[in-house]
Design a protein around this ligand. Structure first.
Ligand code: ATP
Ligand code: MG
Length: 430
């Protein structure tokens, strides 16, 4: 029945440009997320996504990237180039990627496709470790992006499934608990065979959502906050405050490690380290002890406003979460926020520490964050921090400080480091 339909529609096989259509060439298919975006937004997103992929792969070998609707196909190009497994590891971390598959190109004409699919299946079986004669639960997942293809997805799956059962009697179809899945996708004039769809971060391509300055400490929360905004398309500049000589170099290196790790998710990562010791000493010496953390954070915002201006950023990001520490009561958040001139984005505001830890583990920052090097926020920490700061009292305390001078001193000592996609940690494979 299926074959009859195929012949009735007399679908013509596209001309294959490969010298050898029996595909030895492997490819990486990258599917974009958020395809519900409409119109101009959508095409801008897809263009940016493809550009980001190109930028991230560039330092890691020669690849040919072909852009189609809502996806790209990557291969080694005409004269053999980069390692596609490395490309897959890199692309897997890019915001905007829904999922990806290492795939084999096949001719799309049904007979040739069936033949290619069967030899692919042979290979899948032999590398699956499902040795012996025992039955193997199996299914075919077919997807037809090209609606002119003569078989619909169900028909194609049924056709290939039947061929597979005939070839390997030990296979038995099981749609819900298959141990082995042969996937086939018809897109444009080509067909692709693959075994897995590996999920990416989803969300939007970095660069489609503007730029923001993240107040990045060496803690667990702010690196995750930065990552989450990246997955909304925001390009993130990291600003860290460091209190040398009260806080050692190790703390600074830790922040560099975090930023370098997060650099795998966006085309350009800048870390700006601001010297904060003079400000903290002034606050310690002239203001009520209980207010210290609140005052530190108000000064951080003042510096961040200026850095955002220089960087062309439209918002600040923090890792704040209500109630987590004394400075994060609603009242204190309000008093701290008063010195921010831009919207403060707090993606973790209502998320429990348990979930934050779990998510930080997944992106790999957790293991770095828990290294026991102090953050400047804990310097001269009061024994009884204010949990209900009053704006007027805090402003009065600040009148004893040369606010503009302290901010200017901090801005004069900024250390800027840029990390790009060349910092991809080759061994990272989570
Ligand atoms: P984190 O785990 O992000 O350090 P936290 O729970 O330790 O957060 P706080 O130390 O009160 O909370 O800091 C609140 C927010 O202030 C942080 O999430 C971060 O955005 C910012 N922040 C704190 N310390 C620094 C720092 N040294 N440099 C830059 N930003 C900082
Ligand atoms: Mg902290």
């Amino acid at each position: 029945m299926v074959m009859e339909q195929y012949h009735q529609r007399r679908w013509k096989s596209p001309v294959l440009t490969h010298a050898n259509p029996v595909m030895t060439e492997s490819s990486l298919i990258v599917r974009f997320s958020e395809t519900t975006l409409k119109g101009r937004n959508r095409s801008a997103f897809e263009r940016r996504m493809a550009e980001n992929i190109a930028v991230h792969l560039a330092p890691h070998g020669k690849f040919r990237i072909v852009r189609e609707m809502a996806r790209v196909t990557i291969d080694r190009g005409a004269n053999g180039g980069g390692d596609l497994r490395l490309a897959a590891a890199i692309v897997k971390g890019l915001p905007g990627v829904a999922n990806l598959s290492l795939a084999r190109a096949a001719p799309s004409a049904l007979d040739a496709l069936t033949e290619a699919a069967m030899s692919y299946l042979d290979e899948m079986l032999s590398r699956s470790g499902l040795a012996g004669d025992r039955p193997v639960r199996f299914r075919v997942a077919a997807s037809r992006k090209n609606k002119r293809y003569p078989l619909n997805s169900m028909e194609l799956a049924a056709h290939l499934g039947a061929a597979a059962l005939k070839r390997h009697p030990r296979l038995e179809v099981n749609l819900t608990q298959a141990e082995l899945v042969l996937r086939v996708e018809i897109a444009g004039g080509a067909a692709w065979l693959f075994e897995e769809k590996t999920p990416g971060p989803g969300g939007l391509a970095v660069g489609t959502g503007g730029k923001a300055v993240c107040l990045t400490s060496g803690g667990i929360d702010s690196p995750l906050a930065a990552y989450l905004l990246m997955t909304r398309g925001v390009s993130v500049v990291h600003l860290n405050f460091h209190s040398y000589p009260f806080i050692g170099q190790k703390s600074k290196e830790k922040v560099h490690d975090l930023v370098r790790l997060l650099a795998r998710h966006q085309p350009a990562s800048r870390l700006i380290v601001a010297p904060f010791a003079a400000t903290q000493v002034a606050i310690r010496d002239h203001c009520p002890e209980g207010m210290r953390t609140i005052l530190y954070r108000r000064f951080m915002n003042r510096v961040a406003n200026r850095v955002a201006g220089n960087e062309g950023a439209g918002a600040l990001i923090t890792g704040e979460s209500v109630g987590q520490v004394a400075s994060q009561t609603l009242q204190n958040i309000r008093v701290i926020e008063a010195t921010a001139e831009l919207p403060v984005l707090r993606p973790l505001i209502g998320i429990s520490k348990t979930e934050i830890v779990e998510r930080a583990r997944r992106i790999g920052t957790y293991e770095i964050s828990i290294q026991p090097f102090p953050d400047c926020c804990t310097l001269f920490q009061p024994s009884r921090p204010d949990t209900r700061a009053k704006a007027e009292a805090v402003e009065r305390a600040e009148q004893r400080l040369p606010v503009e001078e302290l901010v200017a001193e901090c801005l004069a000592g900024l250390e800027v480091t840029d990390y790009g996609p060349e910092y991809f940690p080759g061994s990272w494979d989570a």
